[in-house]
Design a protein around this ligand. Structure first.
Ligand code: DX5
Ligand code: ZN
Length: 221
């Protein structure tokens, strides 16, 4: 699988959100990563469906919507209606009690399903829902804030996840999120990731195209 890059709009200038999204689209983003934070699952609040709708109008690229919320089942349909293409839910019981059902609901809505695991969450927690996930997102920082440092101890987890999927004959996207940049990308790709989320490493620069080219080059792509 060739590497996909998903700029995280959390690091964009929200005052110029549509322009920022259009700019990363033009600069070669594969997906647009959209972080939803509810002030409960994580301390901060980002935005909800009306802003997702605005992002939708600014790009035709797939919207990769990461729900860092309590009870995602209550809002899946709203995000689907707002234009999400991928709906990713956290695996931890502090988010949803019925992970298997929620992933099935995403597919029933006709969207690609994703499951997200925090740094402390073991792979065994998602072992019985792997077949329900089109995307598995391994957090490489603790969720809640942009601009944190990559946790290299997640590398063996990514490799074990890729091996487990292969053993099962499954080929989901393995996405990584948090602290990713040109310096970390090689190690996560070698471990088995094929989608890189990057906020600060793209929106924190002057030239989004050059930032993404640098990430691809360092990944060996
Ligand atoms: C963290 C979010 C990330 C964040 C990544 O909770 O899920 O998507 O925006 O930002 P960087 O790339 O700056 O670590
Ligand atoms: Zn995210």
């Amino acid at each position: 699988m060739s590497l996909l890059i998903a700029p995280s709009v959390l690091a964009a200038d929200f005052g110029r959100l549509a322009e920022e999204v259009a700019a990363v689209d033009r600069a070669g983003a594969d997906w647009i990563h959209v972080d939803i934070m509810d002030g409960r699952f994580v301390p901060e609040i980002s935005f909800g469906p009306p802003v997702v709708r605005a992002i939708r109008r600014a790009t035709a690229k797939p919207l990769n919507v990461h729900l860092m919320v309590v009870e995602p089942e209550r809002s899946l349909a709203s995000y689907a209606e707002a234009g999400a293409d991928h709906l990713l839910v956290q695996a931890e019981p502090g988010s949803t009690v019925h992970l298997h059902r929620v992933l099935s609901q995403v597919r029933e809505l006709g969207k690609k399903s994703g499951v997200v695991i925090d740094p402390a969450t073991p792979l065994v927690w998602i072992e019985h829902v792997l077949h329900l996930a089109d995307i598995i997102l391994v957090m490489t920082v603790n969720p809640g804030f942009g601009g944190q440092k990559f946790l290299p101890e997640m590398l063996p987890k990514i490799a074990a996840l890729r091996a487990l999927c292969a053993e099962r004959g499954l080929h989901p996207h393995i996405e990584v999120d948090g602290g990713q940049d040109a310096k970390t990308v090689r190690s996560v790709v070698e471990a088995g990731a094929d989608v890189i989320v990057a906020g600060t490493a793209i929106f924190g620069t002057q030239d989004y195209g050059a930032a993404m080219d640098g990430i691809r080059r360092c990944a060996g792509q």
